[in-house]
Design a protein around this ligand. Sequence first.
Ligand SMILES: [Zn+2]
Ligand SMILES: [Zn+2]
Length: 191
Amino acid sequence: MRRTGTGPIEHRRAWSWMAAHAFTIVSAECRDQAPVRRVPGVSRTPQALSCPCCLRRFRMRGHCLCGAIAFEVDGPAQACVVCHCESCRRQCSAPMTTYIGVLDGQWRWLGRPPKAFNSSPGVERTFCDHCGSPLSFRSKKMSNVMHFFTAAMAEPEKFAPTLHVAFEEKLPWVKLADGLPTRFGPDYTKG
Ligand SMILES: [Zn+2]
Ligand SMILES: [Zn+2]
């Protein structure tokens, strides 16, 4: 496990690191123009790499399992991380989850909003009240950023995480070999 520092210099480094390692997003209209690579033995489908056009802007929808709750997100996303914290784990009933961060004003619920509950003071988590799908969480510590679970996006394959957070809470039987950096605690913007 690699832990990063917690001082203000480290905070700035974290933000600049995230900015410098913007993750892969390619919208449909730019897919043909984006550089691609093939993953040997995994897929015959070309995997899109960073498209400068789409890193600046994209629009994508997401929805719950039953489709009753849908949302729309405009780019650019601020981050795409894998979270190992117990709260995300329990909300999603999964050993870990991946989410994207989107600034307020760049996302919206389509139709009626989901149910919300506070998993801890200042932390709001949402879910579909019909099928139970987890959809998002937000923290007052990052008050202008909404986090949508990547798996709820219409095209989750377009979002590749760049960082593991709350890595100290990772379940011991989860074995990872993705080479991504890890961070102590759930907040990818702070130590
Ligand atoms: Zn639903
Ligand atoms: Zn979490």
